[in-house]
Design a protein around this ligand. Structure first.
Ligand SMILES: C[S@@+](CC[C@H](N)C(=O)[O-])C[C@H]1O[C@@H](n2cnc3c(N)ncnc32)[C@H](O)[C@@H]1O
Length: 334
């Protein structure tokens, strides 16, 4: 595993999480890796400097990330191709004429998806992700598409909002939070992210007394996931992996939230065991196929990484290697 920080390492925008483990996964690959979540370009820079046989198609839905990382990655010349897109449309990105021309005879050997938001997005108050300073009610990774947070909160049904908060952040107080947020929005009491934080703190503040986490953290996370339709994008991506990546490509996902990790775990399990539902002691008759093998189990960041970058603490990395499809019936010797 590489120890020295790679060329172009710069964590001012975002410190790449588990970059050593990511480089290790692609250390013997030769061809093109899709970095579907470019962010500040930390993982892409690490991959390109640790393995000269790699080139990267770097994708992000955030134009700020594309611009920043484009400058930072210029030293790698034509080994990087930037695309502004959502990773759920990865098949369309790869079908693009220019991308196909750029890939020429380089095979697609991998995909990296480092989910969620970057430190820059969280820390820039003008983007509306932060509750530490008053910012606009926005939270969109791609400011040109979808509803911003203000419109979402105005339009969403209270029950749907409660479910979103429960599933992605704060189950205990979800119904009260949804009611109070909708009331406060209706009364014009929430016009900035700090107004929203205050309403959340009125409901959950006492339960968080003495804890280091801000009472608004989980609700902001849940709203961000909804505004950006993150789970929908992830599900679409996971569904496309077997069609997009052929053997021996390796696919690596880093998640930060149990909703994300459960989806990744389920999708990877379906690829590595074929998703066969026939009883284990009987022949498989459902036609299930195994299309990948696991690369180790679930990996967590090292202690020294979490000390240096506390935002890495919830990271979970899972990786698979695509294989030639094998029928489950054949694996069971039938
Ligand atoms: C955790 S950061 C990635 C950081 C990056 N690995 C680095 O080393 O700097 C996540 C990035 O993924 C982007 N992102 C999230 N969901 C996306 C999607 N569906 N499609 C494309 N980009 C997405 C965000 O805009 C953000 O820049």
């Amino acid at each position: 595993m590489p120890e020295a920080q790679p060329s172009g390492f710069d964590s001012a925008y975002h410190a790449p999480v588990m970059w050593r483990e990511v480089c290790e996964i692609f250390s013997s690959s030769s061809g093109v890796v899709v970095d579907g979540t470019l962010g500040g370009g930390g993982h892409t820079a690490a991959l390109l400097s640790s393995n000269q046989a790699l080139a990267v198609i770097a994708v992000d839905r955030d134009p700020v990330a594309i611009e920043f990382a484009g400058g930072r990655l210029a030293e790698f010349g034509e080994r990087v191709e930037l695309r502004r897109a959502s990773f759920h449309a990865l098949d369309e990105v790869l079908a693009d004429q220019e991308v196909r021309h750029w890939m020429a005879d380089r095979p697609l050997v991998g995909g990296l998806f480092d989910l969620g938001v970057s430190s820059r997005q969280l820390d820039d108050p003008t983007r509306g992700f932060s509750f530490r300073e008053a910012g606009p009610l926005d939270m969109r990774m791609d400011p040109a598409s979808g509803l911003n947070l203000a419109d979402y909160l105005r339009q969403v049904d209270e029950v749907v909002l409660a479910r979103a908060i429960a599933e992605n952040g704060e189950p205990r107080f979800a119904r009260t939070l949804a009611r109070r947020i909708k009331q406060a929005m209706g009364a014009g009491r929430i016009t900035t992210t700090s107004d929203l934080r205050d309403v959340v703190a009125e409901v959950v503040g006492r339960a968080y007394a003495g804890r280091r986490i801000d009472p608004a953290t989980k609700v902001f996370q849940a709203l961000r996931i909804e505004v950006n339709q993150e789970m929908e994008a992830l599900e679409q991506l996971l569904e496309k992996i077997p069609a997009v990546f052929g053997p021996p490509a390796r696919v690596c996902v880093i998640s930060y939230h149990s909703g994300e990790d459960q989806r990744v775990k389920r999708a990877f399990a379906a690829m590595t065991d074929g998703g066969c539902r026939c009883p284990k002691d009987l022949p498989c008759v459902c036609g299930a196929q195994v299309v990948a093998r696991r690369l180790g189990g679930m990996h967590r960041p090292r202690e020294d990484e979490v000390r240096a970058n506390p935002r890495a603490r919830s990271a979970k990395l899972r990786a698979v290697e695509m294989i030639e499809p094998v029928a489950v019936a054949e694996l069971r010797g039938l």
